[in-house]
Design a binder for this molecule. Structure first.
Ligand SMILES: NC(=O)c1ccc[n+]([C@@H]2O[C@H](COP(=O)([O-])OP(=O)(O)OC[C@H]3O[C@@H](n4cnc5c(N)ncnc54)[C@H](O)[C@@H]3O)[C@@H](O)[C@H]2O)c1
Length: 348
Protein backbone atom coordinates (compact mmCIF):
# COMPACT_ATOMS: atom_id res chain seq x y z
CA UNK A 1 0.00 0.00 0.00
CA UNK A 2 1.40 3.45 -0.89
CA UNK A 3 2.04 5.81 2.03
CA UNK A 4 1.49 9.57 1.97
CA UNK A 5 2.10 12.47 4.31
CA UNK A 6 -1.03 14.25 5.54
CA UNK A 7 -0.14 17.46 3.61
CA UNK A 8 0.27 15.35 0.44
CA UNK A 9 -3.17 13.80 0.92
CA UNK A 10 -4.57 17.30 1.26
CA UNK A 11 -2.65 18.55 -1.80
CA UNK A 12 -3.70 15.68 -4.06
CA UNK A 13 -7.33 16.03 -2.95
CA UNK A 14 -7.17 19.73 -3.73
CA UNK A 15 -5.84 19.02 -7.22
CA UNK A 16 -8.67 16.62 -7.94
CA UNK A 17 -11.34 18.93 -6.55
CA UNK A 18 -9.91 21.88 -8.50
CA UNK A 19 -9.86 19.80 -11.69
CA UNK A 20 -13.51 18.98 -11.07
CA UNK A 21 -14.33 22.69 -11.02
CA UNK A 22 -14.85 23.11 -7.27
CA UNK A 23 -14.20 26.79 -6.36
CA UNK A 24 -10.80 27.01 -4.67
CA UNK A 25 -12.00 28.28 -1.27
CA UNK A 26 -14.49 25.37 -1.01
CA UNK A 27 -12.01 22.83 -2.41
CA UNK A 28 -9.47 23.84 0.26
CA UNK A 29 -12.00 23.21 3.04
CA UNK A 30 -13.02 19.80 1.66
CA UNK A 31 -9.43 18.69 0.97
CA UNK A 32 -8.38 19.62 4.52
CA UNK A 33 -11.30 17.73 6.10
CA UNK A 34 -10.56 14.60 4.02
CA UNK A 35 -6.83 14.58 4.85
CA UNK A 36 -7.50 15.19 8.54
CA UNK A 37 -9.95 12.28 8.65
CA UNK A 38 -7.14 10.05 7.35
CA UNK A 39 -4.75 11.61 9.89
CA UNK A 40 -6.93 10.70 12.88
CA UNK A 41 -7.41 7.17 11.53
CA UNK A 42 -10.92 7.40 10.05
CA UNK A 43 -9.96 6.33 6.53
CA UNK A 44 -13.65 5.75 5.84
CA UNK A 45 -14.01 9.56 5.80
CA UNK A 46 -10.70 10.36 4.13
CA UNK A 47 -9.54 10.60 0.51
CA UNK A 48 -11.51 7.45 -0.31
CA UNK A 49 -14.54 9.77 -0.46
CA UNK A 50 -13.18 11.63 -3.51
CA UNK A 51 -14.75 9.08 -5.88
CA UNK A 52 -18.13 9.35 -4.17
CA UNK A 53 -17.97 13.16 -4.17
CA UNK A 54 -17.15 13.25 -7.89
CA UNK A 55 -20.14 11.01 -8.56
CA UNK A 56 -22.29 13.41 -6.52
CA UNK A 57 -21.02 16.33 -8.63
CA UNK A 58 -21.69 14.37 -11.85
CA UNK A 59 -25.20 13.55 -10.64
CA UNK A 60 -25.82 17.25 -9.98
CA UNK A 61 -26.24 16.48 -6.33
CA UNK A 62 -23.37 18.62 -5.11
CA UNK A 63 -24.02 22.14 -6.42
CA UNK A 64 -20.61 23.70 -6.86
CA UNK A 65 -20.14 27.10 -5.26
CA UNK A 66 -23.74 27.29 -3.96
CA UNK A 67 -24.07 29.98 -1.29
CA UNK A 68 -24.85 28.81 2.25
CA UNK A 69 -27.74 31.04 3.31
CA UNK A 70 -29.34 31.96 6.62
CA UNK A 71 -33.01 31.06 6.35
CA UNK A 72 -34.13 31.99 9.83
CA UNK A 73 -32.56 33.20 13.06
CA UNK A 74 -33.59 34.31 16.55
CA UNK A 75 -31.83 35.30 19.77
CA UNK A 76 -29.78 32.13 20.17
CA UNK A 77 -30.42 30.14 17.01
CA UNK A 78 -29.77 30.10 13.30
CA UNK A 79 -30.97 27.84 10.52
CA UNK A 80 -28.67 27.62 7.52
CA UNK A 81 -29.53 26.24 4.10
CA UNK A 82 -26.45 24.64 2.53
CA UNK A 83 -28.18 24.66 -0.85
CA UNK A 84 -26.45 21.34 -1.61
CA UNK A 85 -22.93 22.74 -1.62
CA UNK A 86 -20.35 20.48 0.05
CA UNK A 87 -21.39 19.67 3.63
CA UNK A 88 -17.90 20.54 4.88
CA UNK A 89 -18.34 24.12 3.69
CA UNK A 90 -21.66 24.54 5.51
CA UNK A 91 -20.54 22.75 8.69
CA UNK A 92 -17.42 24.90 9.08
CA UNK A 93 -19.54 28.02 8.68
CA UNK A 94 -22.04 26.64 11.23
CA UNK A 95 -19.24 26.23 13.81
CA UNK A 96 -18.14 29.85 13.25
CA UNK A 97 -21.71 31.09 13.67
CA UNK A 98 -22.43 28.86 16.67
CA UNK A 99 -19.32 29.84 18.62
CA UNK A 100 -19.94 33.53 17.94
CA UNK A 101 -23.58 33.27 19.02
CA UNK A 102 -22.76 31.25 22.15
CA UNK A 103 -20.18 33.87 23.15
CA UNK A 104 -22.86 36.53 22.87
CA UNK A 105 -25.75 34.82 24.66
CA UNK A 106 -24.28 31.76 26.42
CA UNK A 107 -25.72 28.96 24.27
CA UNK A 108 -26.48 28.57 20.60
CA UNK A 109 -28.36 26.21 18.33
CA UNK A 110 -27.41 26.01 14.68
CA UNK A 111 -29.24 23.81 12.18
CA UNK A 112 -28.33 23.11 8.57
CA UNK A 113 -30.79 21.89 5.98
CA UNK A 114 -30.07 20.54 2.50
CA UNK A 115 -26.57 19.67 3.59
CA UNK A 116 -24.38 17.18 1.73
CA UNK A 117 -22.05 14.74 3.52
CA UNK A 118 -20.11 16.67 6.21
CA UNK A 119 -17.50 13.93 6.72
CA UNK A 120 -16.24 13.39 10.27
CA UNK A 121 -18.42 15.13 12.85
CA UNK A 122 -15.65 15.18 15.45
CA UNK A 123 -13.70 17.65 13.34
CA UNK A 124 -16.38 20.33 13.87
CA UNK A 125 -17.22 19.64 17.51
CA UNK A 126 -13.48 19.70 18.29
CA UNK A 127 -13.06 23.11 16.65
CA UNK A 128 -15.82 24.53 18.85
CA UNK A 129 -14.43 22.91 22.02
CA UNK A 130 -11.02 24.39 21.31
CA UNK A 131 -12.77 27.77 21.34
CA UNK A 132 -14.26 27.09 24.78
CA UNK A 133 -17.65 25.57 23.93
CA UNK A 134 -19.02 22.17 24.83
CA UNK A 135 -20.78 21.01 21.69
CA UNK A 136 -23.31 18.46 20.58
CA UNK A 137 -23.66 17.77 16.88
CA UNK A 138 -25.88 15.20 15.19
CA UNK A 139 -26.58 14.46 11.54
CA UNK A 140 -29.50 12.61 9.98
CA UNK A 141 -30.07 11.12 6.59
CA UNK A 142 -33.61 12.03 5.55
CA UNK A 143 -34.17 9.18 3.13
CA UNK A 144 -34.09 5.43 3.62
CA UNK A 145 -30.47 5.13 4.80
CA UNK A 146 -28.48 1.96 5.25
CA UNK A 147 -29.63 0.98 8.72
CA UNK A 148 -32.43 -1.34 9.84
CA UNK A 149 -34.32 -0.30 12.99
CA UNK A 150 -34.06 -2.74 15.94
CA UNK A 151 -35.92 -5.89 14.93
CA UNK A 152 -36.31 -4.79 11.29
CA UNK A 153 -34.56 -6.11 8.18
CA UNK A 154 -35.10 -3.12 5.89
CA UNK A 155 -33.08 0.07 5.49
CA UNK A 156 -35.12 2.77 7.20
CA UNK A 157 -32.60 4.82 9.22
CA UNK A 158 -29.36 6.59 8.39
CA UNK A 159 -26.16 5.86 10.30
CA UNK A 160 -27.21 9.09 12.08
CA UNK A 161 -23.97 9.96 13.89
CA UNK A 162 -23.55 12.12 16.98
CA UNK A 163 -20.52 13.91 18.36
CA UNK A 164 -20.12 15.59 21.74
CA UNK A 165 -17.08 17.58 22.72
CA UNK A 166 -15.73 19.39 25.78
CA UNK A 167 -12.64 21.56 26.26
CA UNK A 168 -9.81 19.64 27.94
CA UNK A 169 -6.36 21.09 28.64
CA UNK A 170 -5.21 22.67 25.37
CA UNK A 171 -7.33 20.18 23.40
CA UNK A 172 -10.74 18.53 23.87
CA UNK A 173 -12.61 15.35 24.65
CA UNK A 174 -14.45 14.31 21.50
CA UNK A 175 -17.00 11.55 21.40
CA UNK A 176 -17.80 10.92 17.74
CA UNK A 177 -19.88 7.89 16.85
CA UNK A 178 -22.52 6.43 14.61
CA UNK A 179 -25.75 5.18 16.12
CA UNK A 180 -25.35 2.15 13.86
CA UNK A 181 -22.97 -0.73 14.57
CA UNK A 182 -20.55 0.84 12.08
CA UNK A 183 -20.21 3.72 9.66
CA UNK A 184 -21.11 2.67 6.11
CA UNK A 185 -17.65 3.86 5.02
CA UNK A 186 -15.99 1.17 7.15
CA UNK A 187 -17.95 -1.50 5.30
CA UNK A 188 -16.72 0.10 2.07
CA UNK A 189 -13.11 0.07 3.32
CA UNK A 190 -13.44 -3.66 4.10
CA UNK A 191 -14.86 -4.30 0.62
CA UNK A 192 -11.98 -2.41 -1.02
CA UNK A 193 -9.41 -4.30 1.06
CA UNK A 194 -11.10 -7.65 0.40
CA UNK A 195 -11.71 -8.11 4.16
CA UNK A 196 -14.72 -9.41 6.07
CA UNK A 197 -16.48 -7.08 8.54
CA UNK A 198 -16.86 -8.05 12.23
CA UNK A 199 -19.91 -10.06 13.26
CA UNK A 200 -22.86 -7.93 14.34
CA UNK A 201 -22.35 -5.12 11.82
CA UNK A 202 -24.57 -6.16 8.90
CA UNK A 203 -27.34 -8.45 7.70
CA UNK A 204 -28.06 -9.62 4.15
CA UNK A 205 -31.22 -8.77 2.20
CA UNK A 206 -33.12 -11.60 3.94
CA UNK A 207 -32.03 -10.44 7.40
CA UNK A 208 -29.40 -13.15 7.94
CA UNK A 209 -26.26 -12.12 9.87
CA UNK A 210 -23.22 -11.95 7.57
CA UNK A 211 -19.62 -10.71 7.58
CA UNK A 212 -19.39 -10.34 3.78
CA UNK A 213 -19.40 -6.57 3.02
CA UNK A 214 -20.72 -7.22 -0.51
CA UNK A 215 -23.97 -8.51 1.01
CA UNK A 216 -24.60 -5.02 2.39
CA UNK A 217 -24.27 -3.50 -1.08
CA UNK A 218 -26.53 -6.25 -2.47
CA UNK A 219 -29.47 -4.86 -0.50
CA UNK A 220 -28.60 -5.84 3.07
CA UNK A 221 -28.54 -3.42 5.96
CA UNK A 222 -26.35 -2.17 8.79
CA UNK A 223 -27.56 -3.05 12.29
CA UNK A 224 -28.18 -0.42 14.95
CA UNK A 225 -25.53 0.12 17.64
CA UNK A 226 -25.85 -2.15 20.67
CA UNK A 227 -26.12 -5.74 19.39
CA UNK A 228 -28.76 -7.42 21.60
CA UNK A 229 -29.40 -3.97 23.13
CA UNK A 230 -29.75 -2.45 19.66
CA UNK A 231 -32.97 -0.70 20.65
CA UNK A 232 -30.72 1.93 22.26
CA UNK A 233 -28.84 2.76 19.04
CA UNK A 234 -32.06 2.45 17.10
CA UNK A 235 -33.90 4.82 19.47
CA UNK A 236 -31.10 7.35 19.41
CA UNK A 237 -31.07 7.30 15.64
CA UNK A 238 -34.81 7.97 15.54
CA UNK A 239 -34.44 10.94 17.91
CA UNK A 240 -31.64 12.31 15.71
CA UNK A 241 -34.08 12.17 12.79
CA UNK A 242 -36.40 14.38 14.86
CA UNK A 243 -33.73 16.85 16.04
CA UNK A 244 -31.57 17.07 12.94
CA UNK A 245 -34.06 16.25 10.20
CA UNK A 246 -37.41 17.63 11.29
CA UNK A 247 -36.30 20.79 13.14
CA UNK A 248 -33.73 21.82 10.52
CA UNK A 249 -36.28 21.55 7.73
CA UNK A 250 -34.12 19.00 5.90
CA UNK A 251 -36.80 16.40 6.31
CA UNK A 252 -37.37 12.73 6.97
CA UNK A 253 -38.69 9.85 4.85
CA UNK A 254 -37.87 11.76 1.67
CA UNK A 255 -37.94 9.63 -1.45
CA UNK A 256 -37.12 12.49 -3.85
CA UNK A 257 -33.42 12.42 -2.94
CA UNK A 258 -31.06 9.77 -4.26
CA UNK A 259 -28.58 10.43 -1.46
CA UNK A 260 -27.24 12.99 0.99
CA UNK A 261 -29.26 16.10 1.89
CA UNK A 262 -28.46 15.62 5.54
CA UNK A 263 -30.01 17.61 8.35
CA UNK A 264 -27.56 18.91 10.96
CA UNK A 265 -28.16 19.96 14.56
CA UNK A 266 -25.43 21.70 16.57
CA UNK A 267 -25.72 22.95 20.13
CA UNK A 268 -22.99 25.07 21.74
CA UNK A 269 -22.49 26.04 25.40
CA UNK A 270 -19.91 28.71 26.20
CA UNK A 271 -18.33 27.05 29.23
CA UNK A 272 -17.01 30.19 30.92
CA UNK A 273 -20.51 31.68 31.16
CA UNK A 274 -21.69 28.66 33.17
CA UNK A 275 -18.68 27.91 35.35
CA UNK A 276 -15.43 29.71 36.00
CA UNK A 277 -12.97 28.29 33.47
CA UNK A 278 -10.24 27.62 36.05
CA UNK A 279 -12.77 25.70 38.16
CA UNK A 280 -13.91 23.74 35.09
CA UNK A 281 -10.31 22.85 34.21
CA UNK A 282 -9.66 21.67 37.79
CA UNK A 283 -12.82 19.53 37.77
CA UNK A 284 -11.79 18.04 34.46
CA UNK A 285 -8.38 17.08 35.84
CA UNK A 286 -9.98 15.43 38.88
CA UNK A 287 -12.39 13.57 36.64
CA UNK A 288 -9.76 12.36 34.17
CA UNK A 289 -7.50 11.28 37.04
CA UNK A 290 -10.39 9.31 38.58
CA UNK A 291 -11.13 7.53 35.29
CA UNK A 292 -7.49 6.83 34.46
CA UNK A 293 -6.88 5.28 37.89
CA UNK A 294 -9.70 2.73 37.45
CA UNK A 295 -8.71 -0.91 38.13
CA UNK A 296 -8.62 -2.70 34.77
CA UNK A 297 -9.33 -6.05 33.21
CA UNK A 298 -6.30 -8.21 32.35
CA UNK A 299 -4.76 -7.06 29.05
CA UNK A 300 -6.24 -3.56 29.27
CA UNK A 301 -3.39 -1.06 29.49
CA UNK A 302 -5.35 2.13 29.91
CA UNK A 303 -8.85 3.56 30.20
CA UNK A 304 -9.22 5.80 27.18
CA UNK A 305 -11.21 9.01 26.99
CA UNK A 306 -13.44 9.92 24.04
CA UNK A 307 -11.22 11.15 21.20
CA UNK A 308 -7.95 9.99 22.77
CA UNK A 309 -7.42 7.27 20.17
CA UNK A 310 -7.84 9.86 17.42
CA UNK A 311 -5.38 12.28 19.11
CA UNK A 312 -2.75 9.55 19.30
CA UNK A 313 -3.32 8.31 15.77
CA UNK A 314 -3.07 11.89 14.55
CA UNK A 315 0.37 12.28 16.15
CA UNK A 316 1.50 8.90 14.81
CA UNK A 317 0.21 9.33 11.26
CA UNK A 318 1.56 12.86 10.95
CA UNK A 319 4.97 11.43 11.85
CA UNK A 320 4.82 8.17 9.87
CA UNK A 321 2.38 8.89 7.03
CA UNK A 322 -0.92 7.31 6.00
CA UNK A 323 -1.15 4.07 4.00
CA UNK A 324 -3.87 4.06 1.37
CA UNK A 325 -5.26 0.71 0.11
CA UNK A 326 -4.02 -0.17 -3.39
CA UNK A 327 -7.57 -0.27 -4.76
CA UNK A 328 -8.36 3.19 -3.38
CA UNK A 329 -5.16 4.59 -4.87
CA UNK A 330 -5.95 2.96 -8.23
CA UNK A 331 -9.41 4.55 -8.21
CA UNK A 332 -7.97 7.97 -7.27
CA UNK A 333 -5.51 7.79 -10.18
CA UNK A 334 -8.27 6.70 -12.56
CA UNK A 335 -10.33 9.66 -11.40
CA UNK A 336 -7.39 12.05 -11.78
CA UNK A 337 -6.81 10.79 -15.36
CA UNK A 338 -10.46 11.35 -16.22
CA UNK A 339 -10.40 14.90 -14.82
CA UNK A 340 -6.97 15.77 -16.21
CA UNK A 341 -5.45 16.28 -12.74
CA UNK A 342 -1.70 15.69 -12.62
CA UNK A 343 -0.82 13.37 -9.73
CA UNK A 344 2.69 12.58 -10.99
CA UNK A 345 4.21 14.28 -7.93
CA UNK A 346 2.47 11.69 -5.75
CA UNK A 347 3.27 8.57 -7.80
CA UNK A 348 6.89 7.33 -7.50
N1 LIG B 1 -21.11 12.53 7.92
C1 LIG B 1 -21.85 11.49 8.13
O1 LIG B 1 -22.96 11.43 7.63
C2 LIG B 1 -21.34 10.35 8.96
C3 LIG B 1 -22.13 9.22 9.10
C4 LIG B 1 -21.63 8.18 9.89
C5 LIG B 1 -20.39 8.26 10.50
N2 LIG B 1 -19.65 9.39 10.34
C6 LIG B 1 -18.31 9.49 10.95
O2 LIG B 1 -17.69 8.21 10.96
C7 LIG B 1 -16.65 8.20 11.92
C8 LIG B 1 -16.56 6.85 12.55
O3 LIG B 1 -17.63 6.60 13.46
P1 LIG B 1 -17.58 5.29 14.38
O4 LIG B 1 -18.79 5.22 15.21
O5 LIG B 1 -17.25 4.13 13.52
O6 LIG B 1 -16.31 5.61 15.31
P2 LIG B 1 -15.49 4.65 16.29
O7 LIG B 1 -16.30 3.45 16.64
O8 LIG B 1 -14.16 4.42 15.70
O9 LIG B 1 -15.31 5.57 17.58
C9 LIG B 1 -16.42 6.01 18.33
C10 LIG B 1 -15.98 6.80 19.53
O10 LIG B 1 -15.40 5.91 20.48
C11 LIG B 1 -14.11 6.36 20.88
N3 LIG B 1 -13.30 5.14 21.06
C12 LIG B 1 -12.90 4.28 20.10
N4 LIG B 1 -12.22 3.26 20.66
C13 LIG B 1 -12.23 3.49 22.00
C14 LIG B 1 -11.68 2.79 23.13
N5 LIG B 1 -11.02 1.65 23.00
N6 LIG B 1 -11.87 3.31 24.37
C15 LIG B 1 -12.53 4.47 24.52
N7 LIG B 1 -13.06 5.19 23.49
C16 LIG B 1 -12.91 4.69 22.26
C17 LIG B 1 -13.61 7.25 19.78
O11 LIG B 1 -12.71 8.22 20.29
C18 LIG B 1 -14.92 7.85 19.28
O12 LIG B 1 -15.23 9.01 20.01
C19 LIG B 1 -16.98 9.37 12.86
O13 LIG B 1 -16.01 10.36 12.66
C20 LIG B 1 -18.35 9.87 12.39
O14 LIG B 1 -18.55 11.26 12.54
C21 LIG B 1 -20.09 10.43 9.59
Amino acid sequence: MPTFSVPDLQALSLQILNAAGVPTADAEIVAKELAEANAVGHDSHGVMRLMQYMQMIDDGFVRLGAKVETVRSGGSFTILDANFNFGQVAANLAVERGVELARNVGTATVMIRNCNHVGRLGSYSKKAAEQGCTTTMAVNAPGPGGVAPFGGIERKLGTNPISMSAPWRNSSLVLDMTTSASAEGKVRVALQKGDQVPEGWIIDVEGNPTTDPQKFYDGGALLPLGGPLGFKGSGMSMMIDVFSGMLSGSGICRTDLPRGANGVWMYFVDVKQFIDRAEYDALMETYVESLKSCRRLPGVEEILLPGEIELRRDAQRRAEGVSIPDETWRQINELADRLGADLSDFND
